[in-house]
Design a protein around this ligand. Structure first.
Ligand code: NAP
Length: 253
């Protein structure tokens, strides 16, 4: 696969799960990486471990729903790491897990402010610099829930559906100016989010046994592939790990 030497990536939600794996893999491929999560100490621990393995990484505490905070991260990334070529909008929450009729309006709005507005905040903060610098890659971590309603997940499904449209809107406005925007559905992967889902028992996804979840490494491989020129022809699309053609393309048979 292509070499990411000299590239700079910002990965949100990089303290654990898919985001941690992607940050580690991008750094192993030569990219300098800025890791953010609300828990800055947890993101910092991952960054230190990347650095100990010979990679280049920094971390900051940031709630992606706060545009000013995202702007500070983008400024710091450019100043400390020398640019910003790749944005991975991975931060996300499954809560509130509740049926619409009994859901808490504030919690519902909070979900949208992280899963959808948080991703917009990242795009809004990086895009002017990417456009003036000749291009960049944006990966919005989506979900099958963007296309399929699931009981108890109205906020999550609506946020991810909005995110799928945001990916298309970025592609429409900026693909002719060097921006490669992708949606990426990782499949059902074995992370803390799935542990919360299992504990809820609220819908068919929550009843998938842990042993049937996909390893995080497979989704990491798929997402990092999108950050390379090999994925140029997929730009503008929602790419899903459950797609057999894509799995073959990244060597997962
Ligand atoms: P996870 O283990 O719960 O990790 C979520 C990450 O996002 C953590 O680093 C968390 O750190 C961070 N985060 C949450 N809210 C944030 C906020 N407001 N600002 C900044 N960071 C925030 O989840 P995961 O399974 O790795 O999920 C990663 C992405 O994949 C999400 O977008 C999720 O919707 C998507 N996805 C997952 C699955 C699955 O099966 N796991 C399936 C489809 C899609 P802090 O809590 O410290 O902020």
């Amino acid at each position: 696969m292509a070499d990411l030497d000299g590239r700079v990536a910002l990965v949100t939600g990089a303290s654990r799960g898919l985001g941690e794996g992607v940050a580690r893999a991008l750094a192993a491929r030569g990219a300098a990486v800025m890791l953010v999560a609300r828990d800055g100490a947890a993101a910092e621990a991952v960054a230190r471990s990347i650095a100990a393995a010979g990679g280049r990484a920094e971390a900051m505490a940031c709630d992606v729903s706060d545009y000013a905070a995202v702007g500070r991260v983008v400024d710091r990334t450019r100043a400390a790491l020398g640019g910003l070529d790749i944005l991975v909008n991975n931060a996300g929450v499954i809560e509130p897990i509740a049926e619409i009729a009994t859901s808490d309006p504030a919690e519902w709005a909070r979900s949208i402010s992280i899963n959808l507005v948080g991703a917009y905040n990242g795009v809004r903060a990086v895009l002017p610099g990417m456009l003036s610098g000749g291009g960049g890659t944006i990966v919005n971590v989506s979900s099958g829930a963007a296309y399929r309603p699931l009981e108890g997940w109205s906020a999550y499904c609506a946020g991810k559906a909005g995110l799928a449209m945001l990916t298309r809107a970025i592609a429409l406005e900026a693909s002719g100016r060097g921006i490669r925007a992708f949606g990426f559905s990782p499949g059902t992967i074995d992370t803390e989010m799935q542990a919360k889902i299992r504990a809820s028992g609220i819908n068919p996804i929550s009843r998938i046994p842990r042993s049937e979840l996909s390893p995080v490494e497979h989704a990491v491989r798929g997402l990092v592939y999108l950050c390379t020129p090999e994925a140029d022809d997929l730009a503008g699309q929602d790419v899903a790990m459950r797609d057999d053609a894509f799995r073959r393309r990244i060597g997962l048979g």
